[in-house]
Every structure is written in C-alpha cells, then in structure tokens.
Design a binder for this molecule. Structure first.
Ligand code: G3H
Ligand code: ZN
Length: 280
C-alpha cells in the first residue's frame, strides 16, 4: 500500500473517531516493527522520524524502508517528519515522499516561531502536505538532549494558528519527552487551548503518560499522540537483556527479529490502549 497523505489520515481519524498514534523510528528494525504493529491493529497511524535521527538515516533511506515495510499493508500510514528543525530537512523530506511534516521552532521567540512555521507551511501546502507546529516548549529528554519546558500560553493560540496557517498544534501541557521526568498533564490548560484552537491538537511525549490520561485528553480534539521512548526501550532492551544473560549472544539476525516482534507488540498495546473506549 502507498503512503497516505497526511490530510487523508487526519480525515480518517475524524471518520473513525480515533486518535492516531505516531511512532518514532530510527532504523530498519524499528521501522519494520512499527509498520508490522500498525498493520496488526487494523487501524491507521503515523511512522515518524525526527530531524536529529535523520543524521543516521537520511529521508530517502527512511522513505524507502517504510515503503518496503508497507508493501503488504492494508491500513493507512503517513510518513511524518517529527520535530523538523530546518527548512532544508523539510525540503529533503518532502522530496523523499514524506506525507506529513512537523516544524519545531518552539525554541525561538514567538514572532520568530511564527515566521519560521509560516514559511514552511507555505511550502508544504503547495504540495498538499499538512504541517504540525509547536507552541510552548515540551520539556524532557529528546534524543539525549535535555530541554526546558514552557507551557503553551492559551492567549497565543489563536494568533499563532491564524498567522502560521498550521494544520495541527503540538501543545505543552505538562507532557514531557523521554522517561526520566514524570509527566503531569494539566487538563484545565488543555481544555482552555481546545476551546480556542481551530485545529486539532497533538500530544508529544506519549511514553510515560498513563493511558487513561491519554483517553481523557482525547475529548479535547486530540488527533495524534507521539511515542518514541517506549519503542526504543522495547528495541534496545531486547539486545541488552540477551547480552546480559550471555556475553556470546552475537546472533544479530535472530535478535533483530526478536526486537522487531517486541517493538510490534508495544505498538499494538499502545494503539489499542489509546483507542480503548472505541472498542467497547
Ligand atoms: O516527538 C516524539 C515524541 O514526542 C516522543 O516522546 O519519547 O516521550 O514517547 P516520548
Ligand atoms: Zn516530540
């Protein structure tokens, strides 16, 4: 199955009343495990790679790995650039066939954030690709870099969306990246943002957020929840545990297969949990 356009995937979420999981990949095995898991759940989602991970796997490499993993797929998957850090990365991803884009200029002052996002939105809309932008800064550890949190200011939301023309809004409401800091969702703030935002909301830092809280957040026009650390943990611990038990455990092929299975199982668990009320 072909990769699905981001707008189509958003409509699919609305039609199926589901929240879309977005799973971060880095390499071939994670990609295979994610696509396998999404397909087994029989519901759609995103496979994503962040700008910083593009250092290891270029947009073209990732796009071709995803297409290969998707050859027998039957449920919709969009390929998403996560935390896009530069116009160059966005361009390379669009050229490689990515179907959804995030620009993260949240480290910049408000005006500069708007400027950067608006420029990328103009470019992506030309190719009919939706753009997610971040307002407020999500704290925690992202690819080993620790960043300070700054919650989304609801008073900035309307102006930010109107001036950038972004299609999805990533919010900072006590959600954090990584597993080092415990998330503490501020539901009042989320509701305030929801009441103002004309676009659906995105929750980053899905790993570590109790599933019942994600389900509660869904009521606030949540369309997408991002998961990275949980999958990396499932992947790396497969090798780590085996090696701890046996220092001669060098069988890359069988361990990689096991890691793919463990990632796939984590994807299935997350997808079913966040959409649990749908299945009742
Ligand atoms: O953009 C990626 C995500 O926000 C992943 O966060 O590693 O805490 O699940 P996480
Ligand atoms: Zn994130």
């Amino acid at each position: 199955m072909q990769l699905v356009n981001g707008y189509k995937l958003m409509s699919y979420a609305t039609e199926t009343h589901s929240v879309l999981p977005a799973f971060n990949t880095t390499n071939y095995e994670l990609t295979q495990g994610i696509i396998q898991g999404i397909q087994k759940t029989k519901s759609g989602g995103y496979i994503a790679i962040s700008s910083s991970n593009l250092e290891l796997s270029s947009p073209n490499m990732i796009a071709s790995m995803v297409r290969f993993a998707m050859k027998d797929a039957e449920v919709p998957v969009a390929l998403h650039l996560d935390h896009g850090k530069s116009f160059q990365d966005v361009k390379e991803c669009v050229e490689a066939g990515f179907t959804s884009i995030m620009v993260d200029a949240s480290h910049l002052p408000f005006e500069k954030n708007i400027e950067e996002v608006a420029k990328i939105v103009r470019y992506c809309h030309f190719f009919n690709i939706p753009v997610e932008a971040e307002l407020g800064a999500i704290g925690g550890k992202e690819d080993d870099e620790l960043s300070e949190a700054g919650k989304t200011n609801p008073n900035d939301v309307k102006e930010f969306i109107e001036r950038t023309n972004c299609d999805l809004l990533a919010v900072s409401v006590g959600n954090v990246h990584g597993l080092d800091i415990k998330p503490n969702l501020d539901f009042e703030l989320l509701e305030d943002i929801y009441n103002i935002s004309s676009v659906p909301l995105v929750l980053h830092g899905g790993s570590g957020i109790p599933f019942d809280q994600v389900r509660r957040a869904r009521k606030n026009n949540l369309i997408k929840v991002n998961y990275g650390s949980d999958l990396r943990n499932a992947f790396i611990s497969t090798f780590g545990k085996e090696f701890e038990n046996n220092h001669n455990a060098f069988d890359v092929k069988s361990l990689s297969k096991k890691a793919i299975e463990n990632v796939s199982n984590k994807v299935i668990e997350i997808t079913n949990e966040i959409n649990y009320s749908n299945n009742q």
